[in-house]
Design a binder for this molecule. Structure first.
Ligand code: 13P
Ligand code: SF4
Length: 332
């Protein structure tokens, strides 16, 4: 008897959330989400769990079950202070590892073992050691989109939200900046610091081309173009603003644009459209297959089975954590 009334309570809570996302989620789709949302709301309480969701998660996750949202930098900062017993990462593996490193007494669950990242896949700890041999004395700045093993071989991490400040904090003329070639080139242009790069690319952002943006501008002359700095430099050069996913959100929230083209992963536009129904989003859609492994059923299953636990090898954890903590100490 108690179970029936509990479950109808969570269904009521879930149904009430539709108002929030109805602008971007059709009613027919919602009908397929609501049972999982109700179950997840109940499981979060039962397990004393919170869900952290990256800006690229779909709206039914981002706006209906997540407790903490943001870009990689915000998720890392907020993970440090989580009090709940369990953190479920609705994001990708490097984000889950970062949460575990920064709050090691908590259990961190990743709902899909296939939620990787083409940048993290592009480089190993051995590669970093070889780079150091080749360029002795040059500091290694590593994008957070990497494994903990790679972070452990680095001097300091950065995200797209603080790359400029991290590089400038070093006060040097040359850095090794790995593994995102385009982010490194974009930051080199911004800071004037010489970068030795790696050939890693984000499989979502590398696909954008300048021509595509020019055509959108022709179709909508008033459009404001916001690009993620993982895009090739020639694409960033076409944009009105380049910044992390949080930087793009802040730009939209500033009210400076009535029609926006986000040159990034598709779900960003949907999530921002929920918060800013007055803004028109033009959507050139490139999906991140890794982020999209995280679904409501996957989150529900993870919380039911308490599966997908993320651990970081003790032999590398301290050094990886240091690289992240040095980054967090840099003021943005
Ligand atoms: P942000 O840190 O800007 O959220 O980017 C993370 C990411 O994976 C972008 O592709
Ligand atoms: Fe990695 Fe690109 Fe996906 Fe971000 S969008 S997780 S950088 S593959």
């Amino acid at each position: 008897m108690r179970q029936v009334s509990d479950s109808s309570l969570y269904h009521d809570k879930a149904n009430a959330l539709y108002e929030r996302v109805k602008h971007v989620v059709p009613a027919m789709e919602w009908a397929t989400f609501v049972d999982d949302i109700a179950a997840i709301l109940e499981l979060k309480e039962k397990r004393n769990a919170v869900i952290l969701a990256h800006n690229y998660q779909t709206p039914e996750i981002f706006h209906c079950v997540a407790d903490i949202t943001g870009d990689s930098l915000a998720l890392a900062r907020k993970a440090q202070t989580v009090q709940a017993d369990v953190m479920v990462m609705a994001g990708v593996e490097f984000m889950a590892e970062t949460s575990k490193l920064l709050n090691p007494s908590k259990m961190v669950l990743l709902p899909s073992q296939e939620a990787g990242c083409s940048l993290a896949e592009s480089i190993t700890a051995d590669d970093v050691r070889l780079m150091r041999q080749r360029y002795p004395g040059v500091p290694v700045v590593t994008y957070v989109n990497t494994s903990a093993a790679v972070k452990a071989e680095s001097d300091i991490c950065c995200t797209s939200g603080n790359a400029r400040q991290v590089i400038e904090s070093l006060g040097v003329e040359e850095v090794i900046m790995i593994p995102d070639e385009f982010l490194a080139q974009n930051v080199a242009r911004e800071t004037g610091v010489k970068v030795i790069t790696w050939k890693g690319h984000c499989e979502v952002h590398e696909r954008f081309i300048p021509q595509e943006i020019r055509e959108w501008r022709k179709a909508f002359p008033d459009i404001v173009v916001l690009a993620h700095p993982e895009c090739p430099p020639e694409v960033v050069a076409e944009a009105d603003f380049a910044g992390s996913t949080a930087g793009m959100s802040d730009f939209v929230a500033s009210g400076k644009a009535a029609r926006v083209l986000l040159v990034t992963e598709c779900s960003m536009s949907d999530n921002l459209a929920v918060e800013h129904p007055e803004v028109e989003f033009v959507r050139p859609c490139n999906l991140c297959p890794h982020m999209k492994r995280i679904t409501l059923p996957a989150i529900r299953q993870t919380l039911e089975a308490m599966s997908g636990q993320v651990e970081v090898d003790a032999a590398i954890a301290d050094r990886a954590r240091q690289s992240i903590e040095r980054m967090l100490a840099v003021k943005v």
